[in-house]
Design a protein around this ligand. Structure first.
Ligand SMILES: NC(=O)c1ccc[n+]([C@@H]2O[C@H](COP(=O)([O-])OP(=O)(O)OC[C@H]3O[C@@H](n4cnc5c(N)ncnc54)[C@H](O)[C@@H]3O)[C@@H](O)[C@H]2O)c1
Length: 315
């Protein structure tokens, strides 16, 4: 058990708090808005009940986990003795620069300082810090207490020890870190997601597929395998001789498609009318919130299923 500080306790901060608290750490949450931290604590209490019902609390009682997650009034109190500090303030470069300056000046030398930023490169907001060797990005997918993958992204000055310590810390907390060798726009997961979205918009914009058919292709097709293995393992198992055999047999299909994918489609152009009309027909705007609750329930059921299947069949 170590001390973990959460700086910024909105959507992502409160979700990390659940994950680190469940891992047995002593978590202290701070936010510049006291209302945010109090709201976060109430939210966490609610989620822990659902996690317990799905056996996703590592066999612990709700109160035991909740008892390890405290709200504090001062940043210094959150940072004192913290070994891992997770920053979750708004996605603005000026805010990140200022908050990292504060944290680096106040945190003890033992602390690693990680940002949850979705897309800002760490070199853009830690370059000026004395402790830049101990700073990096740990980018989660929301909510990290249900989705284990987290991208570990070093800046050019981040020390290998910081990267390795962070990787080990995440693994011990039940996460699946993807460790980048160098920072790159979009990190790994948004680059993969971006490639898919780009093609989805192009297929609809060019009149080859309906919005729903694209969703079916993922939901009832590719994603069934992708929910437990990645694209490389998928192709390794899709040819009798493994990945090389797959490439020899099927690369021509993809090299034929590739030149057709080099033309960008403006997502906000005409195509958004088609996409939005279809989506609103299937899901009225006023039902978005209800459907988000449904999505979170399904995610929780999937996380429970994956945990059970990992035990039964192996990962
Ligand atoms: N929401 C997501 O799905 C998601 C996923 C991955 C990463 N992220 C990243 O996580 C970070 C936080 O996003 P979020 O969705 O939790 O936003 P949010 O608006 O829900 O929370 C941000 C919190 O930061 C607080 N805050 C603002 N300025 C601050 C300051 N100077 N010091 C301390 N606290 C401050 C706000 O009061 C608020 O509670 C962003 O960098 C975002 O890109 C978000």
């Amino acid at each position: 058990m170590v001390k973990v500080a959460i700086v910024g306790s909105g959507f992502i901060g409160r979700a990390w708090a659940i994950s680190f608290g469940r891992a047995g750490h002593d978590v202290r949450m701070w936010d510049q808005s006291p209302a945010a931290t109090t709201g976060a604590h109430d939210y966490i209490a609610g989620v822990l009940g659902d996690l317990a019902a799905n056996d996703l609390l590592r066999g612990q009682a709700i109160d035991a986990v909740l008892g390890r997650i405290a709200v504090v009034a001062e940043l210094g109190e959150a940072l004192a003795d913290a070994v891992h500090i997770q920053e979750n303030t708004p996605e603005r470069l000026d805010v990140k620069r200022e908050v990292f300056s504060l944290i680096d000046a106040m945190a003890g030398p033992q602390a690693v300082i990680a940002s949850s930023t979705s897309a800002l490169l760490p070199s853009k907001f830690i370059d000026h810090l004395q402790g830049r060797h101990r700073c990096l990005v740990v980018h989660p997918i929301n909510p990290p207490y249900l989705i284990p993958a987290a991208e570990v992204v070093p800046a050019p000055w981040t020390s290998p020890e910081t990267v390795e310590r962070t990787r080990a810390f995440l693994v011990a907390a039940g996460h699946a870190p993807l460790v980048m060798k160098h920072e790159l726009d979009g990190f790994i997961m948004n680059r993969l997601q971006g490639a898919l979205l780009e093609e989805a918009f192009r297929l609809v914009a060019d009149g080859y597929a309906s919005v729903e058919d694209v969703d079916i292709g993922i939901r009832d097709g590719l994603a069934l395998r992708w929910s437990f293995m990645g694209p490389f393992e998928t192709i390794d198992l899709n040819a009798p001789g493994g990945v090389r055999d797959y490439v020899e047999r099927y690369q021509a299909i993809y090299s034929n498609i590739f030149p057709q994918t080099l033309r960008r489609v403006d997502w906000a152009g005409e195509v958004i009318e088609t996409v939005e009309t279809d989506r609103r027909k299937r899901l009225p705007r006023e039902e978005l919130g209800e459907r988000q609750v449904w999505r979170d329930r399904r995610l929780m059921a999937l996380a429970a299923h994956k945990k059970k299947s990992d035990q039964e069949f192996g990962r």
